[in-house]
Design a binder for this molecule. Structure first.
Ligand code: SF4
Length: 160
């Protein structure tokens, strides 16, 4: 979820990382507001994980989701952590079927109205409910407020 566009829109990179990874990733130019970055879903995410693991950006190697930190701290047992991830993946998979076609899950989800307290008239109630559940699960299990990108187009932080 960290690399496939579920949690984050972009991964920021340094100049050196951009040079090193340019052969594998499409690096987007820095602007006045955002640094060099590449878009999620990550092009280096293969069927067995990160294809550039040994040279992945620091943003990726340093990031630990909330659940991993809690696992390392002994606050959650391994099977429980797996069950929580499976629960989130199930919601993402359901939503994936219902969202408009487009780029990564992150961008496609952002095409829908804000998850408010009422079901928007152009969104099916079950989709709205899944969006609401996903929002709660991501905040509860995966990321701290500081991990959250302010909006699509900002450099959301990733993982690996
Ligand atoms: S760890 Fe970083 S470079 Fe590797 S697949 Fe994930 S986002 Fe891409």
């Amino acid at each position: 979820m960290c690399c496939d566009g579920t949690l984050f829109a972009y991964v920021p990179v340094t100049d050196e990382e951009a040079r090193r990874l340019r052969h594998r990733l499409t690096i987007l130019p820095a602007t006045a507001k955002v640094e060099l970055r590449f878009e999620q879903r990550c092009a280096a995410l293969g069927p067995r994980g990160c294809d550039v693991y040994d040279e992945r950006p620091q943003t990726c190697s340093r990031f630990k989701c909330k659940l991993l930190r809690r696992l390392e701290a002994g606050e959650v047992v391994f099977q429980d952590a797996l069950d929580r991830v499976a629960q989130i993946v199930a919601v993402v998979d359901r939503l994936d079927q219902s969202l408009p076609a487009g780029k990564s899950f992150y961008f496609r989800k952002a095409l829908l109205p804000e998850v408010g307290e009422r079901v928007p008239k152009d969104v099916a109630p079950e989709v709205w409910l899944d969006l609401k559940v996903l929002d709660i699960l991501m905040r509860r299990e995966l990321r701290e407020p500081a991990d959250e990108p302010a909006e699509v187009g900002n450099s959301g932080r990733p993982a690996g």
